[in-house]
Write a protein that binds this ligand. Structure first.
Ligand SMILES: Cc1ncc(COP(=O)(O)O)c(C=O)c1O
Length: 316
């Protein structure tokens, strides 16, 4: 199966008039609520300070993909920012499955968020936080739509916007500090592209809004090692590449190498493996999605049928 097999696109799953959760379901303060009614307190430190971490796992054909990996990343993020989830891993599991069950969505984007919570009046010490847990399931999100993936997307290397330095905000902790990424999106639009690739400002590629970057350079597949979120899709693609015996480097990816690449693609839970065929207005390789990219993309989606990686939802 490939992502082009998006016959089960989210719009179809949302069309039920009887189910109040069909457009999505949220878990807020112990209650399951329709996504449009989900609210957070305005004083939550997650909102006013971006003091939180979160994760997004995909559900495809009724199964969670690599959920334990997503949970492990969430827990590592929590430790790094010295936050403790008020809800245990088992409870999180239960909530996530229930969100998807209630929504009835077979293809879903499932987000969990742990914030530092609402401080006592006047309290500014984060150690005194009262952490909160939120979660929701909505129809699957595509950064690049499947039909666009067939021809590839158009990206630019951002020149005015650099990725926030890892020593300021640790990109391994999935976060809402999206000021640089959103600014990068506007830069891409201004320059006739659709998606930006941000650098570290010193000549190395970092990542983009919601995705990791891969490039095939001189026959070697490269992706940045540092200064990025350690994406679960990235991890899957690295494993697939090694399994296929491809030469694979997880290290520095210089901007100059990206411009020499014969294939470029992005990876994300929101869209899988997404070919890039135009970079700064010029074709990448022959301007069509390359064979290495398309092979990894189809094997990525095949894994969504492998019981080793999937946990089915009981919709009954
Ligand atoms: C900044 C950033 N990089 C990379 C990714 C891709 O990570 P994953 O493959 O786990 O979805 C995301 C996902 O949202 C992201 O926000």
């Amino acid at each position: 199966m490939t992502a082009s097999r998006s016959t089960s696109t989210p719009t179809r799953s949302t069309a039920s008039a009887e189910n109040p959760f069909a457009a999505g379901c949220a878990w807020i303060e112990g209650e399951y609520v329709p996504i449009r009614e989900a609210r957070i307190p305005i004083l939550d430190a997650g909102f006013v300070r971006s003091d939180l971490t979160y994760d997004v796992v995909g559900v495809w054909e009724g199964s969670f993909f690599r959920l334990p990996d997503h949970m492990a990343r969430l827990e590592a993020g929590l430790r790094r920012i010295r936050l403790r989830s008020p809800v245990s891993r088992n409870q999180i599991h239960e909530i996530l499955f229930e969100l998807v069950r209630r929504s009835g969505l077979r293809e879903a984007y499932v987000e969990t968020v742990v914030t530092r919570g609402v401080p006592a009046p006047g309290e500014r010490d984060p150690r005194q936080g009262d952490p909160r847990f939120y979660a929701y399931a909505i129809p699957y999100v595509w950064i690049v739509r499947p039909e666009q993936q067939e021809v590839g997307t158009q990206a630019v290397v951002a020149r005015e916007t650099v990725r926030i330095p890892p020593d300021a905000v640790d990109p391994r902790v999935k976060n809402f500090h999206w000021g640089d990424l959103v600014r990068g999106l506007f830069e891409a639009y201004d320059r006739g592209g659709w998606l930006p690739i941000l650098t570290d400002g010193r000549g190395l590629i970092a990542e983009g809004p919601g995705f990791n970057v891969f490039a095939l350079v001189d026959g070697r597949l490269m992706t940045p090692r540092a200064g990025v979120l350690e994406g679960i899709t990235r991890k899957t693609v690295i494993e697939l590449a090694r399994e296929a015996g491809l030469s694979m480097s997880v290290g520095d990816l210089p901007v100059a190498s990206l411009y020499r690449a014969t294939e470029v693609f992005f990876t994300s839970t929101a869209g899988g493996v997404m070919p890039v065929t135009m970079l700064d207005g010029k074709p990448v390789g022959d301007g069509r999605p390359g064979p290495v990219t398309m092979n990894l993309r189809s094997r990525y989606w095949d894994l969504h049928r492998d019981p080793r990686y999937n946990l089915p939802v009981d919709y009954s």
